[in-house]
Design a protein around this ligand. Structure first.
Ligand SMILES: *[C@@H]1O[C@H](CO)[C@@H](O)[C@H](O)[C@H]1NC(C)=O
Ligand SMILES: *[C@@H]1O[C@H](CO)[C@@H](O)[C@H](O)[C@H]1NC(C)=O
Ligand SMILES: *[C@@H]1O[C@H](CO)[C@@H](O)[C@H](O)[C@H]1NC(C)=O
Ligand SMILES: *[C@@H]1O[C@H](CO)[C@@H](O)[C@H](O)[C@H]1NC(C)=O
Ligand SMILES: *[C@@H]1O[C@H](CO)[C@@H](O)[C@H](O)[C@H]1NC(C)=O
Ligand SMILES: *[C@@H]1O[C@H](CO)[C@@H](O)[C@H](O)[C@H]1NC(C)=O
Length: 266
């Protein structure tokens, strides 16, 4: 009987590691008429049909529900930024809806020195699509272990800003940007890893950024605890502090829509 139970255990283990994607939420890469944003998390939600796969005409509650169901993010985490999303276009439907690509509008939600996109560089840089060279700073961080954490993310934030300072003459780097950069780093760590400690497996984070896919097949699941602003706040604080940040400007451009920017930074 001993060998039988060992066999039974083995088959149980092999069943247990055959992870699958939730029905109706299978990964599907975007088609030619589907829109995607500069944010890998939003794109992954669309690639798994938590948001409309076409990435268009999405309401604020749809964004908040998708982040809740897909990642277990509490509504208040994205409430402000989702409302800002409505400002990124001026067509009539933008009264109540946003589409993913216009979220690239520079200095509203999209910021310089991000983890995975080039800087806008006054229109000459691609701030919309994933860039492996930019991402390699994060991908090579925390060597020797298989996870990222707030310490390694703070180092990445520091290095990414040094690169932007050296290569981007139109860099915008105020308190707003560093909060946003710390915020996106915290979203990556909490959505892919432990939302309390901010420790996330490299494999999961890399799949999210590189493939804009939720790593269900590798064993990832949405956080078992609701990811609240109370959990995210201290992680952002730790990363901003650990990144030895200093401002480049004290005032930020005020962006209120496409073609509507008051350059208080100049
Ligand atoms: C989005 O809404 C606008 C305005 O109502 C409409 O013209 C457009 O066809 C819609 N796009 C999709 C993909 O439904
Ligand atoms: C950035 O673009 C604005 C508007 O086109 C222009 O006035 C400004 O000179 C540009 N700055 C740089 C550094 O290219
Ligand atoms: C990706 O980023 C690198 C480093 O900034 C840059 O040299 C390269 O042109 C970017 N690639 C694309 C396709 O924008
Ligand atoms: C992050 O991981 C590194 C490498 O294991 C470790 O030295 C560091 O203390 C960790 N940071 C935190 C906040 O635990
Ligand atoms: C921040 O400064 C401290 C003190 O000089 C240093 O030990 C640490 O390595 C710096 N961190 C980064 C990310 O540069
Ligand atoms: C997150 O880490 C804490 C501290 O190590 C641990 O108590 C908790 O169980 C972890 N949560 C999950 C979901 O693994």
């Amino acid at each position: 009987m001993k060998s039988f139970s060992a066999l039974a255990l083995l088959s149980f283990v092999s069943v247990a590691v055959a992870f699958s994607e939730p029905a109706g939420h299978e990964f599907q890469a975007p088609g030619p008429n589907d829109q995607r944003s500069p944010c890998p998390g939003l794109n992954a939600l669309a690639n798994h049909a938590y948001l409309p796969r076409n990435g268009q005409n999405i309401t604020v509650p749809q964004v908040l529900d998708a982040a809740l169901v897909g990642f277990n993010f509490d509504w208040p985490v994205f409430l402000l930024v989702a409302k800002q999303g409505l400002l990124t276009s001026t067509d009539k439907s933008s009264e109540t809806m946003m589409s993913l690509e216009p979220l690239v509008l520079h200095n509203l939600i999209e910021l310089d020195a991000s983890l995975s996109r080039s800087d806008y560089q006054n229109g000459t840089g691609d701030s919309l699509h994933f860039n492996e060279t930019i991402y390699s700073v994060l991908a090579n961080s925390n060597p020797g272990v298989d996870y990222y954490n707030t310490t390694s993310m703070a180092q990445v934030m520091y290095q990414r800003l040094q690169y932007s300072k050296a290569t981007n003459p139109t860099l915008i780097n105020t308190q707003k940007e560093v909060n946003g950069r710390g915020g996106t780093a915290a979203l990556a760590l909490t959505s892919m890893g432990n939302a309390t400690t901010g420790v996330a497996p490299k494999q999961f984070v890399d799949i999210l950024f590189r493939e804009e896919r939720l790593p269900f097949l590798e064993g990832w699941k949405p956080s078992p605890v609701l990811i609240t602003t109370d959990l995210i706040g201290p992680l952002v604080g730790a990363m901003v502090a650990g990144s030895n940040w200093t401002a480049t400007q004290s005032c930020e451009p005020i962006v209120s829509g496409p073609g509507n920017s008051v350059d208080t930074a100049a």
